[in-house]
Design a protein around this ligand. Structure first.
Ligand SMILES: [Zn+2]
Length: 128
């Protein structure tokens, strides 16, 4: 498990409950091995539809609205967060090349905003 990805955070739980209340059934802690040998662990996965949903923390993934720019050790943090962002992109690419639909949601997004996007993607992915 990635040390910087906390499980069962508030925004993630709220989105999961929102989806569950609308009948969506999904897996958590589902591990995907991509064709190129990477390992991805989406926060919410629908393996039958090959839909992977990630809820990205604003700080760790460099959200442009809330990604802070720490004054102390700023070189360290900037490099760290840039590294996370490029890893996110590589993960997205590897998953898509392996036939998965990838959806990334910011932790600051309300469940009422993010939830419908997941439902829409689930319907779309189911018809691929
Ligand atoms: Zn944010």
């Amino acid at each position: 498990m990635r040390a910087n990805r906390k499980r069962d955070t508030g925004p993630e739980m709220r989105l999961r409950r929102w989806l569950h209340a609308r009948g969506l059934r999904y897996r958590v802690n589902y591990v995907i091995h991509t064709d190129d040998g990477r390992m991805a662990r989406p926060d919410i996965a629908l393996p039958s539809r090959r839909l992977a949903v990630f809820i990205d923390g604003c700080f760790w993934h460099g959200c442009s609205a809330h990604g802070t720019n720490p004054r102390t050790n700023s070189v360290y943090w900037t490099a760290k967060i840039d590294g996370n962002k490029s890893r996110d992109l590589r993960d997205n690419e590897a998953l898509r090349e392996s036939g998965w639909v990838v959806l990334r949601i910011w932790e600051h997004e309300a469940a009422d905003d993010a939830g419908p996007r997941v439902l829409k993607a689930a319907r779309f992915a189911g018809h691929l």
